[in-house]
Design a protein around this ligand. Structure first.
Ligand code: PMV
Length: 273
């Protein structure tokens, strides 16, 4: 029986998360960390849980036996698009003959299951790779003057993306959303701090992440959360940027913060081998 392997990249939202749910633009980059999914039909029907189970049921493939191997460099639930990468890789691997529109529709339903109402930005960057400006389901490939970044881990959020989107919806945040939209339209790395201030105002950044970000700012850098965020515990990965990278690295070392370095502009989803 044929084995199919698909790899899909993680992503970092450089600007515009949450506002993108309200129809404003976001800019987003694929990263060089990937999720690899290998599937093979098997005689035995296995029990899966969570996203994989939902995806198999949705595709009408849950009564058939599948060996599914997941190999990931993308941390789970930290704002780096692990669910979009997994949904994409699974659908592409199990439905290789389906048209791209059909695959996209299935992935959107899986993303909605994992996230609540999703804007579609994650699955679009996972499919396309590179850098995109995304708005209301439409996107444009762009280039940006930033090729890599240091991500500091403020801890996995206790909330799901869906809960964070719901929390924002309960506030009256139109002014901040509009301002975030303006940042995206004229984005430069200097706008990272302002974007973060607005994310704090809409209430998606927790205390631990805020104090880490203040420390980066105190040494002359800029930082923001880069996903849905979280307030009860961690807020996911923090995108940190400083002209003086050595100083930023020293701070991270002194504080003993978990972190990872990523390159931007990774390739989109693809069949391997
Ligand atoms: O949790 P993440 O990193 O996949 O962030 C999702 C981005 C949001 O704007 C908060 C939600 C969305 O669907 O666009």
């Amino acid at each position: 029986m044929k084995t199919v392997t698909v790899s899909a990249p993680g992503k970092v939202i450089l600007a515009g998360e949450h506002a993108v749910v309200y129809g404003y633009s976001a800019i987003v980059a694929a990263i060089d960390k990937r999720m690899k999914v290998t599937v093979k039909e098997s005689k035995k029907v296995q029990e899966y849980s969570g996203l994989v189970r939902f995806a198999l049921e949705l595709m009408g493939e849950d009564k058939r036996g599948w060996d599914i191997k997941i190999d990931s460099q993308i941390p789970i639930g930290s704002g780096l698009g692990s669910s979009a990468a997994l949904a994409t890789a699974l659908v592409w691997a199990i439905k290789p003959a389906a048209k791209i529109e059909e695959k996209d529709k299935l992935i959107k339903e899986i993303e909605d299951f994992a996230h609540g109402k999703s804007s579609g930005v994650d699955q679009t960057i996972v499919r396309e790779g590179g850098f995109l400006r995304f708005r209301q389901g439409k996107f444009k490939k762009i280039t940006l003057p930033i090729s890599r970044a240091i991500l500091i881990d403020s801890g996995r959020p206790a909330e799901t993306t869906g809960e964070m989107v719901g929390l924002v919806a309960r506030g009256n945040r139109e002014r901040q959303m509009k301002q975030i939209g303006e940042i995206v339209n004229k984005w430069t790395v200097d706008k990272i701090s302002l974007n973060e201030k607005l994310l704090e105002q809409i209430g998606v950044v927790g205390g631990k992440a805020k104090s880490m970000i203040r420390a980066v700012e105190a040494m002359g850098g800029q930082a923001k959360i880069c996903g849905a965020g979280g307030v009860r515990t961690g807020s996911g990965m923090i995108l940190a940027y400083a002209q003086n990278e050595d100083k930023l690295r020293q701070l991270i070392k002194d504080k003993n913060w978990p972190h990872m370095e990523v390159k931007f502009g990774g390739k989109g989803a693809r069949y391997e081998g």
